[in-house]
Write a protein that binds this ligand. Structure first.
Ligand code: HEC
Ligand code: HEC
Ligand code: HEC
Length: 274
Protein backbone atom coordinates (compact mmCIF):
# COMPACT_ATOMS: atom_id res chain seq x y z
CA UNK A 1 0.00 0.00 0.00
CA UNK A 2 2.64 2.44 1.11
CA UNK A 3 4.89 1.47 -1.72
CA UNK A 4 2.08 2.05 -4.18
CA UNK A 5 1.58 5.56 -2.88
CA UNK A 6 5.31 6.13 -3.05
CA UNK A 7 5.42 4.85 -6.58
CA UNK A 8 2.59 7.13 -7.57
CA UNK A 9 4.31 10.08 -5.95
CA UNK A 10 7.52 9.23 -7.69
CA UNK A 11 5.79 8.86 -11.04
CA UNK A 12 3.94 12.12 -10.72
CA UNK A 13 7.10 13.97 -9.75
CA UNK A 14 8.92 12.53 -12.74
CA UNK A 15 6.14 13.43 -15.13
CA UNK A 16 5.88 16.92 -13.71
CA UNK A 17 9.57 17.39 -14.44
CA UNK A 18 9.27 16.00 -17.94
CA UNK A 19 6.04 17.73 -18.77
CA UNK A 20 6.54 20.99 -16.91
CA UNK A 21 5.77 23.49 -19.61
CA UNK A 22 6.64 27.11 -19.81
CA UNK A 23 3.83 29.60 -19.31
CA UNK A 24 3.68 30.46 -23.01
CA UNK A 25 2.80 26.92 -24.09
CA UNK A 26 0.44 26.52 -21.13
CA UNK A 27 -1.33 29.67 -22.25
CA UNK A 28 -1.60 28.43 -25.83
CA UNK A 29 -3.18 25.22 -24.59
CA UNK A 30 -5.81 27.23 -22.73
CA UNK A 31 -6.52 29.57 -25.63
CA UNK A 32 -9.86 29.43 -27.44
CA UNK A 33 -9.51 31.29 -30.71
CA UNK A 34 -12.33 33.57 -31.75
CA UNK A 35 -13.64 33.62 -35.33
CA UNK A 36 -12.32 37.12 -35.61
CA UNK A 37 -8.78 36.07 -34.74
CA UNK A 38 -8.91 33.30 -37.31
CA UNK A 39 -10.33 35.60 -40.02
CA UNK A 40 -7.68 38.22 -39.28
CA UNK A 41 -4.92 35.70 -39.65
CA UNK A 42 -6.39 34.37 -42.87
CA UNK A 43 -6.36 37.87 -44.28
CA UNK A 44 -2.86 38.47 -43.05
CA UNK A 45 -1.52 35.27 -44.59
CA UNK A 46 -3.17 36.06 -47.93
CA UNK A 47 -1.47 39.47 -47.88
CA UNK A 48 1.78 37.98 -46.67
CA UNK A 49 1.79 35.51 -49.54
CA UNK A 50 1.38 38.31 -52.03
CA UNK A 51 4.33 40.14 -50.55
CA UNK A 52 6.67 37.18 -50.48
CA UNK A 53 5.75 36.31 -54.05
CA UNK A 54 6.82 39.70 -55.25
CA UNK A 55 10.35 38.44 -55.11
CA UNK A 56 13.00 41.06 -55.70
CA UNK A 57 10.66 43.97 -55.20
CA UNK A 58 10.29 42.84 -51.62
CA UNK A 59 13.83 43.89 -50.86
CA UNK A 60 14.65 47.34 -52.13
CA UNK A 61 18.25 48.37 -51.39
CA UNK A 62 17.38 50.26 -48.23
CA UNK A 63 15.73 47.20 -46.79
CA UNK A 64 18.84 45.11 -47.16
CA UNK A 65 19.13 42.76 -44.27
CA UNK A 66 22.16 42.55 -42.13
CA UNK A 67 23.87 39.29 -41.47
CA UNK A 68 21.64 36.49 -40.23
CA UNK A 69 21.87 36.42 -36.47
CA UNK A 70 22.78 32.91 -35.27
CA UNK A 71 22.14 33.81 -31.66
CA UNK A 72 18.40 33.81 -32.42
CA UNK A 73 18.42 30.31 -33.90
CA UNK A 74 17.23 28.54 -30.74
CA UNK A 75 14.12 30.66 -30.40
CA UNK A 76 10.80 29.10 -31.36
CA UNK A 77 9.92 32.41 -33.03
CA UNK A 78 12.63 32.05 -35.66
CA UNK A 79 10.92 28.92 -36.93
CA UNK A 80 9.15 31.45 -39.16
CA UNK A 81 10.60 34.90 -38.48
CA UNK A 82 13.75 36.04 -40.17
CA UNK A 83 16.76 37.10 -38.17
CA UNK A 84 16.90 39.92 -37.39
CA UNK A 85 13.07 40.06 -37.24
CA UNK A 86 12.17 43.75 -37.25
CA UNK A 87 11.66 45.38 -40.62
CA UNK A 88 8.56 47.54 -40.55
CA UNK A 89 9.23 50.54 -38.38
CA UNK A 90 11.95 52.60 -40.00
CA UNK A 91 12.42 54.54 -36.82
CA UNK A 92 12.89 51.73 -34.36
CA UNK A 93 13.79 48.57 -36.24
CA UNK A 94 17.55 49.01 -35.91
CA UNK A 95 17.21 49.50 -32.16
CA UNK A 96 14.82 46.60 -31.74
CA UNK A 97 17.05 44.29 -33.77
CA UNK A 98 20.00 45.40 -31.64
CA UNK A 99 18.02 44.50 -28.53
CA UNK A 100 17.39 40.97 -29.78
CA UNK A 101 21.11 40.46 -29.08
CA UNK A 102 20.45 40.69 -25.35
CA UNK A 103 16.70 40.50 -24.82
CA UNK A 104 14.61 37.41 -25.71
CA UNK A 105 11.57 37.89 -28.00
CA UNK A 106 9.21 36.83 -25.20
CA UNK A 107 10.47 39.55 -22.85
CA UNK A 108 9.01 42.17 -25.17
CA UNK A 109 6.21 40.25 -26.88
CA UNK A 110 4.80 38.01 -24.13
CA UNK A 111 3.56 40.15 -21.26
CA UNK A 112 0.24 38.69 -20.09
CA UNK A 113 -1.72 41.01 -17.85
CA UNK A 114 -1.80 40.35 -14.14
CA UNK A 115 0.97 37.75 -14.22
CA UNK A 116 4.11 38.38 -12.20
CA UNK A 117 7.04 37.44 -14.38
CA UNK A 118 10.66 37.73 -13.34
CA UNK A 119 13.59 38.18 -15.65
CA UNK A 120 16.91 36.39 -15.69
CA UNK A 121 19.81 35.80 -18.03
CA UNK A 122 19.54 32.55 -19.93
CA UNK A 123 21.97 30.82 -22.24
CA UNK A 124 19.77 30.17 -25.26
CA UNK A 125 21.93 27.27 -26.42
CA UNK A 126 21.09 24.92 -23.56
CA UNK A 127 18.48 26.95 -21.65
CA UNK A 128 20.76 27.13 -18.60
CA UNK A 129 20.60 30.03 -16.18
CA UNK A 130 23.51 32.43 -16.19
CA UNK A 131 24.40 34.02 -12.86
CA UNK A 132 23.63 37.73 -12.79
CA UNK A 133 26.75 39.88 -12.96
CA UNK A 134 27.85 43.28 -14.30
CA UNK A 135 29.93 41.72 -17.07
CA UNK A 136 26.80 40.51 -18.86
CA UNK A 137 25.96 44.10 -19.81
CA UNK A 138 27.42 45.91 -22.76
CA UNK A 139 27.23 49.07 -20.81
CA UNK A 140 30.76 49.39 -19.44
CA UNK A 141 31.45 49.00 -15.77
CA UNK A 142 32.35 52.24 -14.02
CA UNK A 143 35.64 53.46 -15.44
CA UNK A 144 38.34 53.42 -12.78
CA UNK A 145 40.25 56.68 -12.45
CA UNK A 146 43.77 56.29 -13.70
CA UNK A 147 46.23 57.47 -11.11
CA UNK A 148 49.39 58.63 -12.83
CA UNK A 149 52.28 56.36 -12.02
CA UNK A 150 50.03 53.55 -10.90
CA UNK A 151 49.25 50.83 -13.36
CA UNK A 152 45.69 49.70 -12.88
CA UNK A 153 45.52 45.95 -13.34
CA UNK A 154 42.71 44.31 -15.28
CA UNK A 155 41.10 47.59 -16.16
CA UNK A 156 40.03 47.65 -19.76
CA UNK A 157 40.50 50.95 -21.56
CA UNK A 158 37.18 52.78 -21.33
CA UNK A 159 36.64 53.03 -25.08
CA UNK A 160 37.26 49.39 -25.86
CA UNK A 161 34.19 47.75 -27.42
CA UNK A 162 32.86 45.07 -25.14
CA UNK A 163 32.50 41.72 -26.76
CA UNK A 164 29.58 39.97 -25.21
CA UNK A 165 28.10 36.57 -25.73
CA UNK A 166 24.92 37.19 -27.76
CA UNK A 167 23.58 33.74 -26.87
CA UNK A 168 22.94 34.95 -23.34
CA UNK A 169 19.67 36.88 -23.18
CA UNK A 170 17.29 38.45 -20.66
CA UNK A 171 14.41 35.97 -20.52
CA UNK A 172 11.07 35.93 -18.69
CA UNK A 173 10.47 33.34 -15.98
CA UNK A 174 7.28 32.27 -14.26
CA UNK A 175 7.41 30.32 -11.02
CA UNK A 176 11.04 29.53 -11.60
CA UNK A 177 10.51 28.20 -15.10
CA UNK A 178 11.46 29.84 -18.36
CA UNK A 179 8.31 31.08 -20.06
CA UNK A 180 9.33 30.52 -23.67
CA UNK A 181 9.18 27.51 -25.89
CA UNK A 182 12.37 25.92 -27.20
CA UNK A 183 12.71 25.19 -30.87
CA UNK A 184 13.16 21.48 -30.23
CA UNK A 185 9.96 21.16 -28.19
CA UNK A 186 7.34 18.84 -29.69
CA UNK A 187 4.87 21.68 -30.22
CA UNK A 188 7.54 23.71 -32.03
CA UNK A 189 8.45 20.80 -34.30
CA UNK A 190 4.79 20.25 -35.08
CA UNK A 191 4.38 23.94 -35.86
CA UNK A 192 7.30 23.84 -38.24
CA UNK A 193 5.80 20.93 -40.13
CA UNK A 194 2.46 22.67 -40.39
CA UNK A 195 4.22 25.82 -41.59
CA UNK A 196 6.00 23.88 -44.33
CA UNK A 197 2.72 22.62 -45.78
CA UNK A 198 1.94 24.10 -49.14
CA UNK A 199 -0.61 26.84 -49.52
CA UNK A 200 -2.65 28.46 -46.80
CA UNK A 201 -4.35 25.51 -45.16
CA UNK A 202 -6.93 25.93 -42.37
CA UNK A 203 -4.45 24.17 -40.06
CA UNK A 204 -1.80 26.76 -40.88
CA UNK A 205 -4.18 29.62 -40.24
CA UNK A 206 -5.26 28.11 -36.92
CA UNK A 207 -1.71 27.56 -35.77
CA UNK A 208 -0.50 31.01 -36.74
CA UNK A 209 -3.49 32.60 -35.00
CA UNK A 210 -2.97 30.48 -31.88
CA UNK A 211 0.73 31.26 -31.54
CA UNK A 212 0.12 35.01 -31.71
CA UNK A 213 -3.05 35.16 -29.63
CA UNK A 214 -1.22 35.79 -26.33
CA UNK A 215 1.55 37.91 -27.87
CA UNK A 216 1.73 41.70 -28.00
CA UNK A 217 1.81 43.01 -31.50
CA UNK A 218 4.18 45.72 -30.40
CA UNK A 219 6.86 45.56 -27.80
CA UNK A 220 6.95 47.87 -24.80
CA UNK A 221 7.85 51.51 -25.19
CA UNK A 222 11.48 52.41 -24.60
CA UNK A 223 10.51 53.96 -21.26
CA UNK A 224 9.18 50.65 -19.98
CA UNK A 225 12.79 49.58 -19.45
CA UNK A 226 14.74 52.80 -19.70
CA UNK A 227 13.37 54.40 -16.56
CA UNK A 228 14.14 54.43 -12.86
CA UNK A 229 10.47 54.23 -11.89
CA UNK A 230 8.66 50.92 -11.91
CA UNK A 231 10.75 49.49 -14.74
CA UNK A 232 9.83 46.25 -16.49
CA UNK A 233 13.28 44.83 -15.76
CA UNK A 234 14.99 44.90 -12.40
CA UNK A 235 18.49 45.75 -13.62
CA UNK A 236 20.05 45.28 -10.19
CA UNK A 237 18.65 41.72 -9.97
CA UNK A 238 20.08 41.13 -13.43
CA UNK A 239 23.48 42.04 -12.06
CA UNK A 240 23.93 45.63 -13.20
CA UNK A 241 26.06 47.82 -10.98
CA UNK A 242 24.52 51.11 -9.84
CA UNK A 243 26.60 52.88 -12.42
CA UNK A 244 25.38 50.62 -15.25
CA UNK A 245 21.75 50.72 -14.11
CA UNK A 246 21.88 54.50 -14.00
CA UNK A 247 23.34 54.66 -17.52
CA UNK A 248 20.64 52.34 -18.90
CA UNK A 249 17.80 54.10 -17.05
CA UNK A 250 18.88 57.53 -18.23
CA UNK A 251 19.77 56.59 -21.76
CA UNK A 252 19.82 59.69 -23.93
CA UNK A 253 18.59 57.93 -27.08
CA UNK A 254 15.43 56.72 -25.36
CA UNK A 255 14.76 60.19 -24.01
CA UNK A 256 14.92 61.37 -27.60
CA UNK A 257 12.43 58.66 -28.62
CA UNK A 258 9.95 59.66 -25.95
CA UNK A 259 9.49 62.96 -27.76
CA UNK A 260 7.83 61.25 -30.69
CA UNK A 261 4.10 61.58 -30.29
CA UNK A 262 3.07 59.52 -33.28
CA UNK A 263 4.53 57.29 -35.91
CA UNK A 264 4.86 59.98 -38.60
CA UNK A 265 6.27 62.80 -36.58
CA UNK A 266 9.77 63.95 -37.39
CA UNK A 267 11.77 65.75 -34.81
CA UNK A 268 14.18 68.41 -35.91
CA UNK A 269 17.55 68.44 -34.24
CA UNK A 270 16.92 72.12 -33.64
CA UNK A 271 13.89 71.52 -31.46
CA UNK A 272 15.98 69.30 -29.23
CA UNK A 273 18.22 72.24 -28.40
CA UNK A 274 15.40 74.41 -27.12
C1 HEC B 1 4.35 29.44 -37.57
C2 HEC B 1 5.10 30.59 -37.94
C3 HEC B 1 5.34 31.67 -36.90
C4 HEC B 1 5.88 31.51 -35.64
C5 HEC B 1 6.41 30.23 -35.00
C6 HEC B 1 5.91 32.81 -35.04
N1 HEC B 1 5.40 33.74 -35.92
FE1 HEC B 1 5.12 35.72 -35.55
N2 HEC B 1 4.25 35.97 -37.39
C7 HEC B 1 4.16 34.99 -38.35
C8 HEC B 1 3.57 35.57 -39.55
C9 HEC B 1 3.34 34.85 -40.87
C10 HEC B 1 3.30 36.92 -39.26
C11 HEC B 1 2.69 37.97 -40.20
C12 HEC B 1 3.73 38.54 -41.12
C13 HEC B 1 4.71 39.39 -40.40
O1 HEC B 1 4.31 40.35 -39.73
O2 HEC B 1 5.92 39.10 -40.49
C14 HEC B 1 3.74 37.14 -37.89
C15 HEC B 1 3.64 38.34 -37.20
C16 HEC B 1 4.18 38.60 -35.96
C17 HEC B 1 4.13 39.88 -35.28
C18 HEC B 1 3.49 41.16 -35.82
C19 HEC B 1 2.17 41.41 -35.20
C20 HEC B 1 1.09 40.49 -35.65
O3 HEC B 1 0.51 39.78 -34.79
O4 HEC B 1 0.79 40.46 -36.85
C21 HEC B 1 4.78 39.74 -34.09
C22 HEC B 1 4.99 40.79 -33.02
C23 HEC B 1 5.24 38.36 -34.02
N3 HEC B 1 4.85 37.70 -35.16
C24 HEC B 1 5.97 37.84 -32.98
C25 HEC B 1 6.28 36.49 -32.84
C26 HEC B 1 6.96 35.93 -31.68
C27 HEC B 1 7.46 36.73 -30.48
C28 HEC B 1 7.05 34.60 -31.87
C29 HEC B 1 7.59 33.55 -30.93
C30 HEC B 1 7.00 33.46 -29.61
C31 HEC B 1 6.45 34.31 -33.18
N4 HEC B 1 6.00 35.49 -33.72
C32 HEC B 1 6.36 33.06 -33.76
C33 HEC B 1 4.52 33.66 -38.22
C34 HEC B 1 5.06 33.09 -37.07
C1 HEC C 1 13.36 45.15 -26.76
C2 HEC C 1 12.04 44.72 -27.15
C3 HEC C 1 11.85 43.76 -28.30
C4 HEC C 1 12.44 42.53 -28.50
C5 HEC C 1 13.51 41.85 -27.67
C6 HEC C 1 11.80 41.97 -29.67
N1 HEC C 1 10.87 42.84 -30.17
FE1 HEC C 1 9.70 42.53 -31.81
N2 HEC C 1 8.93 44.44 -31.61
C7 HEC C 1 9.25 45.33 -30.61
C8 HEC C 1 8.56 46.59 -30.86
C9 HEC C 1 8.64 47.85 -30.00
C10 HEC C 1 7.80 46.40 -32.04
C11 HEC C 1 6.89 47.44 -32.74
C12 HEC C 1 7.51 47.92 -34.03
C13 HEC C 1 8.87 48.55 -33.85
O1 HEC C 1 9.00 49.45 -32.99
O2 HEC C 1 9.83 48.13 -34.56
C14 HEC C 1 8.06 45.05 -32.49
C15 HEC C 1 7.51 44.48 -33.64
C16 HEC C 1 7.74 43.18 -34.09
C17 HEC C 1 7.18 42.61 -35.30
C18 HEC C 1 6.24 43.29 -36.30
C19 HEC C 1 6.84 44.49 -36.98
C20 HEC C 1 8.07 44.26 -37.81
O3 HEC C 1 9.02 45.05 -37.63
O4 HEC C 1 8.13 43.34 -38.62
C21 HEC C 1 7.65 41.32 -35.38
C22 HEC C 1 7.37 40.32 -36.47
C23 HEC C 1 8.50 41.09 -34.21
N3 HEC C 1 8.53 42.23 -33.44
C24 HEC C 1 9.11 39.89 -33.93
C25 HEC C 1 10.09 39.71 -32.94
C26 HEC C 1 10.87 38.50 -32.76
C27 HEC C 1 10.72 37.25 -33.58
C28 HEC C 1 11.73 38.75 -31.72
C29 HEC C 1 12.82 37.84 -31.17
C30 HEC C 1 13.79 37.31 -32.13
C31 HEC C 1 11.47 40.09 -31.24
N4 HEC C 1 10.47 40.64 -32.01
C32 HEC C 1 12.12 40.71 -30.17
C33 HEC C 1 10.09 45.08 -29.53
C34 HEC C 1 10.88 43.95 -29.37
C1 HEC D 1 12.58 45.10 -22.52
C2 HEC D 1 13.37 46.21 -22.06
C3 HEC D 1 13.87 47.24 -23.07
C4 HEC D 1 13.13 48.00 -23.95
C5 HEC D 1 11.65 47.94 -24.20
C6 HEC D 1 14.08 48.88 -24.60
N1 HEC D 1 15.33 48.65 -24.12
FE1 HEC D 1 17.02 49.61 -24.72
N2 HEC D 1 18.13 48.42 -23.47
C7 HEC D 1 17.62 47.48 -22.60
C8 HEC D 1 18.71 46.91 -21.83
C9 HEC D 1 18.59 45.84 -20.76
C10 HEC D 1 19.89 47.54 -22.28
C11 HEC D 1 21.31 47.32 -21.77
C12 HEC D 1 22.06 46.37 -22.60
C13 HEC D 1 23.48 46.22 -22.09
O1 HEC D 1 24.05 47.14 -21.49
O2 HEC D 1 24.03 45.15 -22.33
C14 HEC D 1 19.49 48.50 -23.31
C15 HEC D 1 20.37 49.32 -23.98
C16 HEC D 1 20.01 50.31 -24.88
C17 HEC D 1 20.92 51.20 -25.54
C18 HEC D 1 22.42 51.22 -25.34
C19 HEC D 1 23.06 50.22 -26.25
C20 HEC D 1 24.56 50.16 -26.08
O3 HEC D 1 25.13 49.21 -26.62
O4 HEC D 1 25.14 51.01 -25.39
C21 HEC D 1 20.19 52.02 -26.35
C22 HEC D 1 20.70 53.14 -27.25
C23 HEC D 1 18.80 51.63 -26.20
N3 HEC D 1 18.73 50.57 -25.31
C24 HEC D 1 17.75 52.22 -26.87
C25 HEC D 1 16.42 51.79 -26.77
C26 HEC D 1 15.32 52.39 -27.53
C27 HEC D 1 15.48 53.54 -28.51
C28 HEC D 1 14.19 51.72 -27.17
C29 HEC D 1 12.78 51.91 -27.68
C30 HEC D 1 12.60 52.05 -29.13
C31 HEC D 1 14.58 50.71 -26.17
N4 HEC D 1 15.94 50.79 -25.97
C32 HEC D 1 13.71 49.81 -25.57
C33 HEC D 1 16.30 47.14 -22.46
C34 HEC D 1 15.25 47.66 -23.18
Amino acid sequence: MVSRVLLLMLLSSITSVVWAEGLYLQTLKNTQLTDEQVQETKKLLDEYKKITLRGELEVPPFHKRGKVDDSLGNSFCTTCHLTPPHTKSLRTRTFMNMHTQYVACETCHFRPEGVALSYQWQDTRDASLVIAQPDLFRQTVKPVKQIPGLLAKNVAPVKEARIINPFVKITPFYQGKSVGLRKNAAFAEETKNIWLQEGISPEKIQRRALIHAPLSEKGPKCQACHTDEDALLNLTELGASDYQANKIENNIVTQFFSRYKDEEQRIRIQSLLK
